[in-house]
Design a protein around this ligand. Structure first.
Ligand code: C5P
Length: 230
């Protein structure tokens, strides 16, 4: 059976990564969470004093790009690959509100995008990959055989993210999460380099009123059909 490339793009907290992980598992494909890579660079920038809610030393961060080594390693307990920054597992550091608030300005920087996009292309070069992010179907794999674009209302997405954060014991308010979701949507879709846009050939899914399980079955059968066609 030939392997294909599956690109999943969309706004934050639309269930992209849940669908991507399940799809990769069902097809025995590799799953790559590109958001984790931008979050890891943000964590590096925070811990090395390049960014905070008061300052942003862009040029300083760009100069240090060669010092940022990112790797994914499969984690049995998680059931997917955890992200490592300079040899350290930082999976539990990157999903906080602190990182969520600073990641979109970091992801606007072209030098950072070029570095991460090159790594993403390398990870998917043999196909058999499900990659989720904002620019996968438009920039990273414009020739992907299957492209999905996922969205849902901002309220629905914020509600999901808020629940997830509370379950993990984070102290956040719903308003704070909603504001972050809306801010990131705006920056991600208005930036100059690789803005979030739906690729012409992507299939559009709005799951505001649909359970993710229903959606997954539809997406899996779409993927199987595309695999049979190539
Ligand atoms: O997917 P996730 O919400 O974890 O992504 C975090 C942020 O990383 C996004 O809001 C966006 O700013 C950035 N990102 C990006 N391009 C990608 C993946 C994520 O700009 N391919």
């Amino acid at each position: 059976m030939k392997k294909i490339t599956i690109a999943i793009d969309g706004f934050s907290s639309t269930g992209k990564s849940t669908v991507a992980k399940e799809l990769a598992k069902a097809l025995s494909y590799i799953y790559v969470d590109t958001g984790a890579m931008y979050r890891a660079v943000t964590w590096y920038a925070i811990t090395n004093g390049f960014i905070s809610d008061k300052k942003f030393d862009k040029e300083g961060l760009i100069k240090m790009l060669d010092d940022i080594d990112l790797k994914f390693k499969f984690d049995e307990a998680l059931g997917y690959a955890a992200i490592y920054l300079n040899g350290k597992n930082i999976e539990d550091k990157i999903r906080t509100m602190e990182v969520s608030k600073l990641v979109s300005p970091i992801a606007e920087i072209s030098e950072i995008r070029s570095k991460l996009v090159a790594m993403q292309k390398e990870m998917g070069k043999d196909k058999g990959v499900v990659m989720d992010g904002r620019d996968i179907g438009t920039v990273v794999f414009p020739d992907a055989e299957l492209k999905l674009f996922m969205t849902a209302s901002a309220e629905k997405r914020a509600t999901r993210r808020y629940k997830e954060l509370l379950d993990k014991g984070h102290k956040v308010t719903f308003e704070e999460v909603l504001e972050n979701v809306e801010k990131r949507d705006y920056i991600d879709s208005h930036r100059e380099d690789s803005p979030l846009v739906q690729a012409d050939d992507a299939i559009y899914f709005d799951n505001s009123n649909l359970g993710l399980e229903n959606q997954f079955e539809r997406i899996l059968s779409l993927a199987k059909r595309r695999i049979a066609e190539v």
